[in-house]
Design a protein around this ligand. Structure first.
Ligand SMILES: NC(=O)C1=CN([C@@H]2O[C@H](COP(=O)(O)OP(=O)(O)OC[C@H]3O[C@@H](n4cnc5c(N)ncnc54)[C@H](OP(=O)(O)O)[C@@H]3O)[C@@H](O)[C@H]2O)[C@@H](O)CC1
Ligand SMILES: [K+]
Length: 501
């Protein structure tokens, strides 16, 4: 799904009105009705709605929603913060609401404290939408700060008031803290950064019928990585294929005390469908590897730490899990980087070794390689930023500069491509913040590359499947009980979900 800027969202609105021969009022009515249908499915007639509306079109949505709720027998009151002139469609909705029930509309002129919000009321935020252009102050700020202290259920229409679609709020800005956000047609970019995401609650994207032609023909560099994307990337296996068809993955890593990491990667590569898998690890891991994964072959390199990395032909490598940063392993990776020109996957200690000598080693990473840092590893490689949006922009710039794929791991993992695109992953959960989860991701991506998926395909499909498998695991068990091996074990279920019936 494409993610558009606030300017594009406005153009989308105008385009839709022209294309579908609608009035802007009719589009607002459609948006409000879509919110109403969402609420109707979740709430009971005895629930009470307190709907706070602003002067812009977001407020118009709130007023129309109040009218629709009242018409279906729900209890609802609208509170209009009338600090300036209303937009034409919002004015129309004031008139329409007054016609249905004049006693359900209240104008807030000062003191929010006079409004007594009952404990069981559901509070709806229709104060500001995508038209917000500065931080909130005055009465709007006061209202939001007071509501945020209440234990009531809270729902934001389109975007929580105080948040901007394309930038982050400052730490002391007032933003409506919602349990649900009903975002029209697509996600807003800011929803993917923790500084803003803490206000959105669960995001539900509601289809309000904005023009498909517009979304297909307008360019953006931001996308969600979702089930539709994953399905489009999946390639069914050839019934005549043999293990040679599906390539050879070599997972390089492990050290004394960290052999488990490379075992997890190798198992994940096998489960991801690689034809053959080699583990290149120090000799101390030999028995462990051969007993825990009989399907994989073993290449010894060093006694307790890797001291060389073989350059083999026609294989795909994933390097780094459990590698350690011993001098011998550092020298081995440096020498490999100087002599190898094939793209590969680099993770964990592989990245830490590069970070220690980044001026020299970063330029040696072959174009088209995939690096999978978590935020701390990213910082070691590319430096600090002030917030997560700036980190995202730096990752996009570095992907372009080095012509590599950067997978910045975290909740809403970001995938930055050499062409300057950024995908935000929608699968995955907090249970996956557990030791070995990253090693599994390295293995999955290496396994997909071995089968002939391109770097872009393997990166996107791998990240999505990894998260989806984690989601399936978390449903079977609690997030707390999720361990990295579960992600490997359930990878097959994740494949089944995204493959044709
Ligand atoms: N996209 C779609 O297709 C559809 C969109 N729809 C809805 O429209 C919404 C966007 O509507 P919108 O453009 O009228 O903006 P919205 O945020 O309601 O009001 C902004 C107003 O507030 C003002 N203002 C700004 N910052 C301020 C501040 N800090 N403190 C105080 N005032 C501030 C600013 O004026 P200013 O003061 O700058 O002159 C402006 O007057 C969108 O989110 C969705 O809900 C649906 O109805 C139909 C389909
Ligand atoms: K809002």
């Amino acid at each position: 799904m494409k993610i558009f800027s606030s300017t594009q969202i406005r153009e989308w609105d105008v385009f839709t009105i022209q294309e579908q021969g609608l009035s802007s009022h009719e589009l607002m009515e459609r948006a409000a009705r879509t919110c109403f249908e969402w609420m109707k499915k979740r709430f009971l007639r005895e629930d009470y709605f307190y709907i706070f509306c602003g002067t812009g079109n977001n407020g118009g949505d709130g007023l129309a929603l109040t009218r629709l709720l009242l018409a279906e027998g729900f209890c609802a009151k609208a509170f209009l913060l009338q600090e300036k002139e209303l937009t034409i469609d919002t004015q129309k909705n004031v008139v329409l609401l007054r016609k249905v029930s004049s006693e359900s509309l209240f104008i807030i002129e000062k003191e929010i404290s006079i409004i007594d919000i009952p404990k069981n009321a559901i509070v709806i935020d229709a104060l500001f939408g995508t038209g917000l252009n500065r931080a909130l102050n005055g009465l709007a700020k006061e209202i939001i700060e007071k509501i945020n202290l209440l234990p009531n259920k809270k729902i934001a229409i389109d975007i929580p008031s105080g948040l901007f679609p394309d930038k982050l709020p400052n730490a002391d800005d007032a933003c409506f803290s919602s349990d649900w956000t009903l975002s029209f047609q697509t996600y807003k970019r800011s929803f993917f950064y923790p500084e803003a995401a803490k206000y959105t609650g669960v995001i539900n994207v509601l289809d309000i019928g904005l023009s498909k032609d517009f979304s297909e023909s307008n360019e953006t560099t931001f996308f969600t990585l979702d089930e539709v994307t994953a399905r489009s990337l999946y390639k069914p296996r050839n019934p005549f294929g043999h293990k040679g068809t599906y390539g050879t993955a070599v997972l390089v890593g492990g050290s004394y005390g960290k052999i488990g990491a490379i075992i997890l990667s190798a198992k994940a590569a096998l489960r991801a469908g690689a034809g053959k898998v080699f583990i290149q690890a120090p000799h101390c891991g030999y028995t462990i590897a051969q007993t825990s994964i009989p399907e994989a072959m073993f290449i010894a390199a060093g006694e307790n730490f890797i001291d060389s990395i073989d350059i083999m032909e026609d294989v795909v490598r994933g390097i780094g899990p459990g590698l350690g940063t011993e001098p011998a392993s550092r020298i081995a990776l440096e020498s490999f980087l100087r002599n190898n020109h094939e793209p590969f996957v680099i993770d964990a200690d592989g990245l830490n070794i590069i970070a220690k000598n980044k001026e020299k080693l970063l330029p040696l990473i072959p174009e088209g390689s995939i690096i999978t840092p978590h935020p701390k590893e990213f910082e070691r490689l590319f430096g600090r930023t002030n917030n997560s949006l700036e980190r995202n922009e730096l990752a996009i710039a570095k992907s372009k500069e080095h012509k590599i794929y950067i997978i910045l791991k975290g909740h809403r993992t970001q995938i930055c491509t050499p062409e300057g695109a950024c995908y935000f992953n929608l699968s995955g959960n907090a249970g996956m913040a557990t030791a070995g989860s990253g090693d599994v991701l390295t293995g999955i991506i290496t396994g997909l590359l071995a089968q002939g998926y391109s770097a872009k395909e393997a990166t996107l499909l791998g990240v999505y499947l990894h998260g989806l498998s984690g989601d399936i695991a978390a449903k079977k068990n609690a997030q707390e009980a999720l361990i990295a091996s579960d992600i490997i074990d359930l990878l097959g279920q994740a494949f089944l979900r995204i493959s044709p019936e």
